[in-house]
Design a protein around this ligand. Structure first.
Ligand SMILES: [Zn+2]
Length: 447
């Protein structure tokens, strides 16, 4: 029941199908994702009238200040069941008028819950985000109502639900649950946090950004679909130097940046644990005319991807609630499909869990190119011997979007009967529960 067949074989032994067991703890957590919880979170967030970043911070029931305090109180309510590992706070900074979407000095607050890893030597950090702020048609309008149920109470609800369920469990690495502020005013909260993380040397290995992921239909195409979720990822990171870029071009690795690896991982693990949903990978960083909180992290060199629903409805995004020419506008709670949001939340949860339970990824992953050969030799270093059962070598055709073979070995080397000229490779570490690390693409030695 709990097993998945993956096309695997052991090189130099008999070709065989190998079974990856689903992690029963992750299965249990996935089953706990609850539609009623998600709905109560969204209704609460909508009840603050507006969550515009420039809105009141002193009114106890209206505006971004009240909304932030509510999220903090939700996170705080999970602390007693976290065995002392969860802490929550609002990380604030002051943003000054910038000639763009900030016209007065404004206190910006990201609400954060940090679930400390159980292994103090494990410095890895995994982050899940949504943005708490929202907007009316006029982004500077801080007074009128803006429900923002889908954009982005849906993403924040996913973050809170992951925190509720995961804070009761143990993970080797640290997970941070964040509802960001200032997204609509120019990705301000994410930008502040990504720069701070970079300066302070946080070892962020993945950022899952959730923005507009609870509604299932497009008014233009009349498509109703709650079986597909898009994950956007960048191929070539923006921070790459010209030297690095030319190396990437030479090796043909344009499609193998960190965000792309994370996206493929999200698809594999998400579809392993969540039924009736396809993770549709979009090989670009974001949609046209839109931005998102993953981008500041990408710009700082972290692996970050964006979850967004399959069919967006533009009569509901960034629109004052109204009826015009018979068309109803506005981002109302009644348009949320909670079964869809449940599945999309579960995809975040199983990925965070699998990442944070996995051994640390191998280091010094290299591909031997000193000699002409039709075999491929990969070498790597086991960075986490205590937790590593073995490694998966991943392989795909150069024209393929996804990894096609997943080959297990308990060694730190593999010679494959596939030419390095004709395939792409990567290596991931795996523990005895089947939790895999992110894949590491080999660097070339012996040019
Ligand atoms: Zn948004």
């Amino acid at each position: 029941m709990h097993k998945i067949l993956v096309f695997l074989f052991f090189y130099q032994t008999v070709q065989a199908q190998v079974i990856i067991n689903k992690d029963v703890e992750i299965e249990k957590m996935v089953s706990e994702v609850n539609k009623d919880s998600l709905q109560s979170y969204i209704k609460n967030m909508v009840s603050f009238g507006t969550r515009n970043t420039l809105s009141t911070q002193t009114n106890p029931t209206r505006g971004i200040g009240a909304a932030r305090n509510w999220v903090l109180q939700k996170f705080n309510s999970f602390i007693p069941n976290s065995n002392g590992r969860l802490s929550a706070f609002i990380d604030t900074t002051t943003i000054f008028p910038n000639g763009r979407r900030i016209d007065t000095a404004t206190l910006l607050g990201n609400v954060m819950a940090v679930l400390k890893g159980t292994d103090t030597a494990d410095k890895r950090v995994f982050i899940v985000t949504g943005h708490l702020d929202n907007m009316r048609t006029n982004v500077m309008d801080r007074m009128g109502d803006a429900p923002g149920a889908n954009d982005d109470a849906s993403g924040c609800a996913a973050v809170i639900e992951c925190a509720r369920i995961m804070s009761k469990q143990n993970f080797s690495a640290t997970i941070i649950f964040i509802t960001v502020s200032g997204e609509e005013q120019g990705l301000l909260g994410a930008n502040y946090l990504a720069k701070k993380a970079k300066q302070e040397g946080w070892q962020i290995e993945a950022v899952l950004n959730n923005d507009i992921m609870g509604s299932n239909n497009s008014n233009e195409t009349n498509i109703i679909d709650n079986t597909r979720i898009r994950v956007f990822s960048e191929g070539l990171p923006a921070y790459e130097t010209e030297k690095k870029a030319s190396e990437v071009r030479r090796l043909g690795l344009e499609n193998d940046g960190k965000a792309r690896q994370l996206a493929r991982y999200v698809k594999e693990i998400g579809e392993r644990y969540v039924a009736n949903i396809e993770v549709k990978l979009i090989y670009r960083n974001d949609r046209f005319l839109r931005g998102g909180d993953h981008t500041p992290f990408v710009e700082q060199g972290f692996a970050a991807v964006r979850f967004t629903e399959m069919n967006e409805n533009y009569t509901r995004q960034h629109q004052d609630v109204r009826i015009e020419n018979g068309v109803e506008y506005g981002d109302l709670e009644k348009h949320i499909d909670y079964e869809y949001l449940r599945k999309n939340t579960a995809i975040n949860l199983c990925n965070l869990a699998n990442l944070a339970k996995a051994p640390q990824a191998p280091s010094q992953v290299t591909i031997e190119t000193k000699k002409l050969s039709n075999n491929t030799q990969l070498n790597w270093t086991n960075k986490d011997p205590k937790n590593t059962k073995g490694f998966f070598v991943l392989l795909r055709e150069t024209t393929s979007a996804f990894w096609e073979k997943k080959i297990f070995t308990s060694n730190s080397q593999m010679i494959l009967p596939y030419s390095k000229d004709n395939y792409f490779f990567a290596v991931q570490a795996v523990n005895q529960n089947g939790n895999e690390s992110l894949p590491i693409v080999p660097i070339v030695v012996g040019r």
